[in-house]
Write a protein that binds this ligand. Structure first.
Ligand SMILES: [Zn+2]
Length: 178
């Protein structure tokens, strides 16, 4: 199971697949992740285990962001005010990795989260209209009443995702948006 990068009951200000008209310029069918409205400086946690890559787009793109690559999954956490892990650092699920902000192309303080499935280091479902990004709300531990702690139990809803049995060209159906 993956965690929401924000504990508690974070407000989703833009869901996956929304606002097609804005995102078609990037070649996407809609928003390629989740946006959470949160005050600048909110602590951001690793949705899953992985190795961190720290990046900075400056005033454009995702601004200050961190990419976390695990064996089977990748998360990008964008528009941060500060990345609190080092480049190449290994983190466990639930570890703090950043402070949220409004860096890069952002109209206000929020956290952007893109989630992709990896297989042998390669993003799967690249042709799904979102460059492989997927709506992970179905396999994410419930936003509500979420406690951040490591090594959570998996639930039945996560089994198809965790089995990694889909074909290379198979499109995982997005449950919202396009
Ligand atoms: Zn976003």
């Amino acid at each position: 199971m993956i965690f929401s990068p924000l504990p508690g009951t974070p407000t989703v200000t833009q869901g996956f697949g929304q606002n097609k008209e804005i995102y078609q310029q990037y070649g996407y069918l809609g928003h390629n992740g989740f946006d959470f409205g949160c005050p600048e400086g909110t602590k951001v946690f690793a949705p899953h285990d992985g190795v961190c890559t720290v990046k900075d787009d400056g005033a454009t793109g995702y601004g200050k962001y961190v990419v976390i690559d695990g064996p089977t999954r990748r998360s990008l956490l964008g528009h941060c005010s500060q990345i609190t892990v080092k480049n190449g650092q290994s983190v466990s699920q639930g570890d703090p990795v950043a402070l949220s902000g409004k860096t890069g192309s952002s109209t206000g303080p929020h956290l952007h989260w893109t989630f992709k499935i990896l297989k042998n280091g390669v993003v799967q479902n690249k042709n799904n209209g979102f460059d492989g990004a997927m709506d992970c709300s179905e396999v994410t531990r419930l936003w509500q009443q979420q406690n951040v702690h490591q090594h959570a139990q998996y639930t039945d809803a996560a089994k198809p995702y965790l089995s990694m049995t889909f074909q290379p060209n198979q499109i995982i159906k997005n449950t919202t948006g396009a």
